[in-house]
Design a protein around this ligand. Sequence first.
Ligand SMILES: Nc1ncnc2c1ncn2[C@@H]1O[C@H](COP(=O)(O)OP(=O)(O)O)[C@@H](O)[C@H]1O
Ligand SMILES: CC(C)(COP(=O)(O)O)[C@@H](O)C(=O)NCCC(=O)O
Length: 322
Amino acid sequence: MWETIDQLSPSKYSPYRLFSADEWAEFRADTPLTLTAEEVKRLRSLGDPIDLDEVRRIYLSLSRLLSAHVEASQLLFRQRQQFLKMDDAVKTPFIIGVAGSVAVGKSTTARVLKELLARWPSSPKVDLVTTDGFLYPNSVLRSQNLMERKGFPDSYDVGAVLRFLSSIKAGMSNVRAPVYSHLTYDVVPGEYITIDRPDILIFEGINVLQVRDLPEDGKTVPFVSDFFDFSIYMDAETAEIRKWYIDRFMRLRETAFRDPQSFFHRYSQLSDDAARSIAEGLWNNINLKNLKENILPTRPRADLILRKGANHFVEEVALRKI
Ligand SMILES: Nc1ncnc2c1ncn2[C@@H]1O[C@H](COP(=O)(O)OP(=O)(O)O)[C@@H](O)[C@H]1O
Ligand SMILES: CC(C)(COP(=O)(O)O)[C@@H](O)C(=O)NCCC(=O)O
């Protein structure tokens, strides 16, 4: 089920505890369901069938666990303040990283968690930033022959990501993050989302658990995940994710690609077979390659792995032993 990652074998030496979805669901205890069916519909991405039952089964326990982590870190912050006799220290946001393949459903998970976590008294202000805003603009990618590597580590301005996260962790107010448009398939010039000292920041993107090569000159380089208080990897069989990607592409032809401004507009006029082979090409040459080379190898670094089965429903949960 977990393919070849030895660490996920259920042995007592595994760094993870494994739970079936039903076992995991029990941990929600008496957490109230604060979302409505309509809200869940609004939060889900195209093709993702998540419903209120799935929120109840998987995401209530997760929000309960995360809010326990948030409260523990807030308590630790207060104790450190007393210890250091500092009453002017700034409380910094709790950062949750959400990683996983293109088309695995990270956005839905991140949006549902954002809504659920904001209903806990310890974290009324929750913000969400996706890493696509930190991709280099298409003009830069084209000039460096990187358009076929969109989503690979070298297509991101990692320095900007690290500056953004260190400003957030330093407790700065009004920190700006750039914005990406799936419609134009490019970073939106001059558009930013402003993050103003939330209780929690969810930072979602395919590469957030990546480690970089250490520079030979001995300089210290932080990894993006050094800023995370908790990390989640969204997982599924590669063949399933491929299907979700291609199905979504075919559906986007009937929706978003119809817009003449869409980068993919030309594909809305192709025959089904021709469009399918374009989607297969994008999957095989870019997203699958990136999944194998750069994303899947980061899975063992996550604190929690949500393993989806067919139809996007979570079947198994792996939680790192503390
Ligand atoms: N070409 C596209 N046009 C419009 N929306 C898109 C396009 N590609 C992806 N999306 C949407 O962008 C979001 C992020 O997709 P993706 O990066 O594949 O991650 P995930 O599926 O894990 O959330 C999803 O809500 C998806 O439906
Ligand atoms: C924009 C993405 C790299 C995802 O970025 P993320 O938010 O995970 O940083 C991805 O959706 C994408 O466009 N991949 C390139 C190949 C393709 O068109 O599917």
